[in-house]
Design a binder for this molecule. Structure first.
Ligand code: ADP
Ligand code: MG
Length: 652
């Protein structure tokens, strides 16, 4: 046929090149082959298993997820994970669960062998993570797998290695702890294309961290440890911890301190919701969404979108929150068997459930939206200062008037437009020094101003601060006009704050602020009248409004080493931290007197020698008229031995 076509071309006088001939031939042949039906063959078991394995284990973190779920199903309370090269070279998980019976070791890695499911109907009420009996089989088809396991009743541990779902070599008896240790080496060694498609080991490790972090938060009663082989631990949560603590350990305090608990119980939808979500103070470019449905870590685009849409009203554009949600649905309303990695689940009444979640989050956010906390961060080394950026962008480029901003501190300042308050100073608290609280809305400065202020502190204090300092208690009281009039009484608006159940902004009764610290041991109430009198002086002279401000302040930032900005209710104050600290320590000493702890020495100190040292020291200014040092020492020791109470203060 080709010859015929070619000769037709030749007859027509066309100059057909070799290249053209080749493609023409291919085209005509493919046409011929395509029209013939394909031959159907049965794939070999090895190919089937490897394809299935590739679906279930798409990357090291999938394998780890399956192994963690197995450990949790085996009631483990401590799980230790060790990883090398993002889990591609080496992935080991050790648990203290039930272990695997030695009789089962032979078939444990075969496909569809499980201890969790007997009939299809069991799937309706399944409460274990696993049920397909595919994970270990899949892993053994694409990696070298070794299991070391010991049951509580077993005399010793057993070790077995697997390849393509089958035992490789004999099962060996050996020493080991109760529980199971599974080691996966050279993952995807026989699926080169998959291995090549994977990202860098560090990226794979990030996925692993995500999975371990998620499970550690949701299973806070279980201790999780994750480390890279031969390196320090990256993640460690305690056994019997709690969700908040684990979020703090894994995601840091900046998220944990903004978390609010949400709960919902809907009998009609058979829905139980529990979770922690960040309030409106927190936002992040990426955000985190940890969603567990019936304890499975899953992805749900519709729930993610719904949550984002609620937050979009409160957060800046393209910013997201940290959300941890645990949904418990009636197992009969949920299908867990829709995705090879069980990464997605389908459930009934999805729309109604999403609406419930939305309104639950919405009402929680609304209740905390009245106050926002601003946290500042020091400039990181190497970061460009604002002036530098401005200089860079303006150098050589034409700047239009509408784009101009004030960058020179000497140019007119915003303070000029605010009224100036000035009053003579008066004692507010202890009677020794003033605590200066300046209304910072009058005193806000630009970054450039603050920079100059540090260099030229004295001058600035003279020029700007003194006439703005509010030293007088009356002025302070005025500035707190919409705050409590009656001392120590909680204002109405604060009550709503408490109702809002804000974890980090709950109202503190100023009276409580006199109680300073909590102690591990029993608190001793002092009986010294001198101390009691000094305390009384503080309490009588204290300004209750100021105490209320201090008890419920929100720290914003340090302005310099002596002043900081604080917020109380809707007002900003500039606070003299040096004086405040002096006062704090003075009060702490008075209120914690006799409660600063004690050190118990294994060998008691020689009291006699110490007395002599003390009495002979210069500070003691020993008056020889009082008698011989030794005599006095003897007398003091006798008093102590007789149980004279006053001495206990010093001897404790
Ligand atoms: P599935 O979890 O779906 O049952 P797997 O292949 O993950 O299937 O595990 C097969 C079986 O091996 C499980 O049913 C369980 O009995 C046993 N097993 C696996 N890992 C562990 C473990 N860490 N501790 C105790 N038993 C385990
Ligand atoms: Mg499993």
């Amino acid at each position: 046929m080709t010859c015929l076509t070619l000769s037709v071309f030749q007859i027509c006088g066309l100059n057909v090149s070799k290249y053209f001939e080749f493609y023409l031939l291919r085209y005509l042949l493919s046409d011929f082959i395509m029209s013939a039906p394909g031959i159907i063959r049965k794939l070999s078991q090895e190919v089937v298993n490897r394809i299935a394995a590739g679906e279930i284990i798409q990357r090291p973190s999938n394998a780890l997820k399956e192994l963690i779920e197995n450990s949790l199903d085996a009631k483990a309370t401590n799980i230790i994970i060790t990883v090398k090269a993002g889990g591609l070279k080496y992935l080991q998980i050790q648990d203290n669960g039930t272990g695997i019976r030695s009789e089962d070791l032979e078939i444990v890695c075969e496909r569809f062998t499980t201890s969790k499911l007997c009939s299809y109907d069991d799937l309706k009420e399944i409460n274990t993570y696993g049920f397909r009996g595919e994970a270990l089989a899949s892993i053994s088809h694409i990696a070298h797998l070794t299991i070391l396991t010991k049951t509580a009743s077993g005399k010793c541990a057993y070790k077995a290695s697997y390849e393509n779902g089958k035992l490789k070599g004999p099962i060996k008896a050996c020493a080991g702890n109760n529980g199971t240790q599974i080691t996966v080496e050279d993952l995807f060694y026989n699926v080169i294309a998959r291995k090549k498609a994977l990202r860098s080991p560090s990226e794979e490790y990030a996925y692993i961290l995500e999975v371990v972090g998620g499970y550690a938060i949701h299973n806070s009663h279980v201790g999780f440890t994750l480390k890279k082989f031969g390196e320090n631990t990256d993640l460690k949560t305690a056994i019997k911890s709690n969700v908040l603590e684990n979020v703090r350990v894994i995601h840091g305090n900046s998220i944990a301190r903004e978390l609010m608990e949400i709960q919902l119980n809907d009998a009609t939808l058979k829905l139980l919701l529990h979770g922690f979500i960040t309030n409106v103070n927190y936002s992040h470019k990426k955000g985190t969404m940890l969603l567990f449905i019936n304890h499975r870590l899953v992805e749900s685009q519709s729930i993610r979108k719904a949550v984002d849409s609620v937050y979009s009203t409160y957060l800046p554009k393209n910013a997201h929150a940290f959300v941890y949600l645990s949904l418990e649905l009636d197992p009969r309303n949920i299908d867990v068997n829709v995705h090879p990695t069980k990464h997605e689940v389908q459930f009934l009444y999805e729309e109604q459930i999403i609406e419930k979640i939305k309104s639950c989050i919405e009402s929680k956010l609304l209740s905390c939206n009245s106050t926002r906390v601003m946290y500042t961060q020091a400039r990181l080394p190497g970061a460009t200062a604002v002036e530098e950026i401005v200089k860079k962008t303006t150098d050589g480029a034409k700047v239009y008037a509408n784009n101009m901003v004030r960058v020179d501190a000497d140019v007119q300042k915003i303070e000029k437009f605010f009224p100036v308050i000035s009053k003579p100073s008066e004692d507010i608290t202890s009677g020794k020094d003033n605590i200066n609280i300046d209304d910072a809305s009058v005193n806000r400065k630009t970054e450039t101003d603050q920079h100059n202020e540090i260099e030229n502190d004295q001058e600035i204090v003279k020029d700007n601060i003194p006439n703005l300092v509010v030293d007088d208690a009356d002025v302070l009281a005025n500035s707190l006009i919409d705050e409590p009039d009656e001392p120590n009484k909680m204002p109405e608006k604060w009550k709503s704050h408490i109702a809002a159940d804000q974890t980090n902004l709950s109202y503190i009764d100023p009276k409580e602020s006199f109680k300073t610290r909590t102690f591990q041991y029993e608190r001793i109430e002092t009986r010294l009248t001198s101390i009691k009198e000094l305390r009384l002086q503080i309490e009588n002279k204290c300004n209750s409004n100021l105490r209320e401000v201090l008890a419920n302040l929100i720290f914003i930032a340090c302005v310099d080493c002596h002043k900081s900005l604080i917020q109380h209710s809707t007002k900003l104050y500039l606070c003299n931290t040096t004086k405040l600290t002096e006062e704090l320590f003075y009060e702490t000493i008075l209120y914690d007197f006799q409660n600063f702890g004690f050190i118990k020495l294994s060998n008691p100190l020689p009291l006699e020698e110490l007395f002599i040292l003390g009495l002979n020291s210069q500070e003691a200014e020993w008056n020889s008229e009082l008698g011989k040092v030794f005599g006095v020492v003897h007398f003091l020791i006798c008093l102590r031995n007789l149980g004279f109470k006053t001495f206990d203060i010093f001897f404790r």
